[in-house]
Design a protein around this ligand. Structure first.
Ligand SMILES: [Zn+2]
Length: 97
């Protein structure tokens, strides 16, 4: 009888711990999928306004970065945008060959 109660208590503890862990994991996933500040307050009728300029594709790694915050490099009259110095060096190096 005592064993049964102990087992029940153990099960309750395990379930509560599992629920907490699952909750943390789920929260982390939802944060990954959508940013913490969900744009629910935004009026849906408003026209789309660019945030801080246009998005440019980093030709080295394929990441899209804002033109304002990216590293710019002019190669042969064409301006390229990079997310980091490493990407710029990698791409410019590959062009120079
Ligand atoms: Zn990059």
């Amino acid at each position: 009888m005592f064993k049964a109660i102990l087992y029940l208590l153990f099960a309750v503890v395990i379930i509560s711990v599992l629920r907490a862990v699952i909750g943390i994991i789920f929260k982390g996933f939802s944060n990954l999928v959508s940013p913490p500040s969900t744009p629910q307050a935004k009026p849906s009728s408003a026209s789309e306004v660019p945030l801080t300029g246009e998005l440019k594709k980093d030709p080295a790694c394929g990441t899209y970065i804002s033109a304002a915050t990216s590293l710019k490099e002019k190669v042969g009259g064409e301006t390229f945008y990079f997310c980091s110095k490493q990407c710029r060096d990698k791409y410019v190096g590959s062009l120079a060959r």
